[in-house]
Design a protein around this ligand. Sequence first.
Ligand SMILES: Nc1ncnc2c1ncn2[C@@H]1O[C@H](COP(=O)(O)OP(=O)(O)O)[C@@H](O)[C@H]1O
Ligand SMILES: O=P(O)(O)OC[C@H]1O[C@](O)(COP(=O)(O)O)[C@@H](O)[C@@H]1O
Ligand SMILES: [Mg+2]
Length: 482
Amino acid sequence: MDNNISCQMKVETGEAGYVLEDVPHLTDYIPDLPTYPNPLRSNPAYSVVKQYFVDADDTVPQKVVVHKDGPRGIHFRRAGPRQRVYFAPDEVHAAIVTCGGLCPGLNTVIREIVCALYHMYGVTRVLGIDGGYRGFYSKNTITLTPKFVNDIHKRGGTIIGTSRGGHDKPKIVDSIQDRGINQVYIIGGDGTQKGAAVIYQEVRRRGLKAVVAGIPKTIDNDIPVIDKSFGFDTAVEEAQRAINAAHVEAESAENGIGVVKLMGRYSGFIAMYATLASRDVDLCLIPESPFYLEGEGGLLEYVEKRLKDDGHMVIVVAEGAGQELLAAENSKTTTAQDASGNKLLQDVGLWLSDKIKAHFAKIPSMPITLKYIDPTYMIRAVPSNASDNVYCTLLAQSCVHGVMAGYTGFTSGLVNGRQTYIPFNRITEKQNNVVITDRMWARLLSSTNQPSFLGPKDVCEFKKQEPATQSVDGDNSKANDI
Ligand SMILES: Nc1ncnc2c1ncn2[C@@H]1O[C@H](COP(=O)(O)OP(=O)(O)O)[C@@H](O)[C@H]1O
Ligand SMILES: O=P(O)(O)OC[C@H]1O[C@](O)(COP(=O)(O)O)[C@@H](O)[C@@H]1O
Ligand SMILES: [Mg+2]
């Protein structure tokens, strides 16, 4: 048995600049494992589907817009059922865990993993780990059956609970080993996937026949490579309710201003898409786009102009926007973190509201009415909408197919509209951000008419920066470039 763990990615190259960034397989470190025919072959629902099984050589390009003479570029292994599987149904002992913040669709993913295991692969032992990573070693498990999970997709949250912190590698892997768990489904964001990568490496170091697979969850859409995260559409839709309320309040008062704070620690996708969808928003502030308050071309000048022109305005601000301005004002910069080590942010919505109020207090001819709406947790605590439910189903089923086929150390994800298996390194190496020199942000600026707050020198600096890797609705090769 080869216990030498390679953290290097499995990369294969082909003609015309073709690169496959492959995912590990159990046989990389446990040779001669027995295989079994995929039970789906005799499943009446699936056996009639033409080409139901994925060809072993199928891969999905990360970049769909290519030049005639350009290289074919990076590809990922296509997800889906394989002809042969590496687990007999009665051998499987699966565990599901959800970690990090909530996101619409978590329960749907749990439901569909359980149902895929039971109904597609005849598996009957599936455990829920209670309350995130620490649940592996500090809590009892929850038995998950199709009956138990039948209605859970209609509820927000996660029925197995979640938490931050508590990632104790030896204790978690001891628990996996002691309980005889051989399939671990880990649903969570960037932090969770980093934790999953560490668990995979330790499982492999111990030579265990146990697959570790991730499903990316991020309401902020800050995970790279994938087209978009599940629950994102639901969150954007829910945000419309807050924006509508802000608009109604603002429109009904003289010099009315509605301020809405939305989630987005380091990535402003929710704020950007909620703004683009609404059309009632006059100013959208995101972490990626710096702004300033005072002086020519500043935010306060713009607010004044908008009120003079329209009599009201709506501002959407992502929670991570302008944090550097708040920090500069507070002599004691906060270094507080949550249990996972994420920096705790200051309330930019309150701060901004106070700044605007203070500014207009100095202009007696322009009394304003400002309403601050903070729907932060409301947009992530709701159940997923119909399209996110379907997305969650495909994601969960794809993950189960990959695990049954013996792939490990991967995250399931949609790339250019196709389900794929992505190596952990690719998911964890960087963060997905809105690229403000790409077209989507330009669309936003033209729809709100807000200033960009950037001078020509800043634009040059931003253009020089390495582009992020994805858009919500476009070619994965370059953020927002659609
Ligand atoms: N670098 C890391 N290595 C191992 N575990 C991590 C790492 N970062 C975060 N985690 C664990 O992942 C879990 C979720 O992380 P968190 O940042 O809270 O949420 P998210 O996964 O949604 O980003 C926590 O239990 C945390 O301890
Ligand atoms: O208050 P909480 O639950 O710790 O989390 C708030 C954070 O969770 C999020 O909703 C999601 O963050 P994660 O992806 O790290 O879970 C952020 O937008 C927000 O800053
Ligand atoms: Mg995170």
